[in-house]
Design a protein around this ligand. Structure first.
Ligand SMILES: NC(=O)C1=CN([C@@H]2O[C@H](COP(=O)(O)OP(=O)(O)OC[C@H]3O[C@@H](n4cnc5c(N)ncnc54)[C@H](O)[C@@H]3O)[C@@H](O)[C@H]2O)C=CC1
Ligand SMILES: O=C(O)C1=N[C@H](C(=O)O)C[C@H](O)C1
Length: 266
């Protein structure tokens, strides 16, 4: 019989954190051992409006990990905090599942090294939604046949990082599939800075931020007389929770860092 997995969630009062608390509490085989918040040290989550869990609140990640000794950390905070939490988790023998986006490639490399040095699983998941993972995989497939591509990612206006983790990962997956190409007219000039978007190996990426959006992405491929658009929409943060659960269950058996949920599904 599989052992119960004890989970700490960082960022429980955030938009994603609240969903993750509900999911862990409602999932057989998972226990919410504690949470890491910026405030409310020493209180119970149930003391905060909207929660019923008895999980203790810690404001210091190291103290939480040494006292609680959880199996897994799920981080849903901010880029700077998420990186610090992931590092502290690995140092304290806790496996990180990181939904937080906006890490630099150097930070990713450092976590990869630490994870393999400790022989402890880590999952960095730019997007937990199965539909978004398929959208990225389909885009990678399409890139074999269409070399001109632009990514338009659209998010709510409270998002801190641009481009999104999903947009970046999509560009990286497409880059693996196609030869580097400078797109558009060779003499094109921006008369407004940023009009052509970000540039990843010639792939243009555009970030839209508006109230009313949740998380959306279109990958547009252009060819002779045709246009292929691969599109995904998360209308509700519940869309991410099956992926969060899968990552918690999978990270237990890993001994290295996995970047992208597509690497743990068939
Ligand atoms: N991988 C995925 O599928 C998804 C990832 N995300 C990412 O998850 C992160 C969180 O997103 P949201 O929930 O929308 O943001 P949010 O702003 O609603 O929540 C972030 C929470 O982190 C907390 N926080 C900040 N610093 C902290 C600290 N030092 N210790 C403990 N808690 C701290 C804040 O108090 C806040 O409650 C973002 O990086 C976002 O890009 C969001 C949706 C899906
Ligand atoms: O901040 C968000 O909301 C999201 N962040 C992730 C990203 O940066 O790709 C995943 C999803 O798009 C929602």
């Amino acid at each position: 019989m599989n052992k119960e997995i004890s989970v700490v969630i960082a960022g429980p009062r955030g938009k994603m954190g609240r969903e993750a608390v509900k999911m862990v509490e409602g999932t057989k085989g998972l226990t919410l051992a504690a949470v890491i918040d910026r405030k409310f040290e020493g209180q119970k989550l149930a003391d905060i409006e909207g929660f019923s869990s008895d999980a203790m609140i810690y404001t210091d990640a190291d103290q939480c990990f040494t006292s609680v000794k959880p199996d897994v950390l799920v981080d849903l905070t901010t880029p700077e905090t998420g990186y610090a939490h992931a590092k502290a988790a690995l140092i304290n023998d806790v496996r990180p599942v990181i939904g937080t986006t906006g890490f630099s490639s150097q930070e990713l490399e450092e976590l990869k090294q630490l994870s393999s040095d400790k022989k402890l699983g880590t999952i960095i998941a730019p997007n937990f939604a199965i539909g978004a993972i398929l959208m990225m995989k389909f885009s990678q497939m399409a890139a074999k046949y269409f070399e001109d591509v632009e990514i338009i990612e659209m998010h709510h206006d409270q998002k801190l990082d641009a481009p999104s983790g999903t947009g970046l990962k999509t560009a990286e997956m497409i880059k693996e599939q196609r030869n580097s190409k400078q797109q558009g007219h060779p003499d094109e000039k921006e008369t407004v800075t940023g009009a052509r978007g970000g540039d990843i190996d010639g792939i243009r990426i555009h970030s839209v931020r508006l109230p009313g959006l949740v998380a959306h992405q279109q990958v547009m491929f252009g060819g002779d007389g045709q246009l292929l658009t691969i599109k995904h929409d998360s209308h509700d943060r519940g869309s991410f929770m099956t992926g969060v659960r899968l990552c918690i269950e999978s990270v237990i058996d890993l001994e290295e860092l996995i970047y992208g949920v597509e690497n743990i599904i068939d």
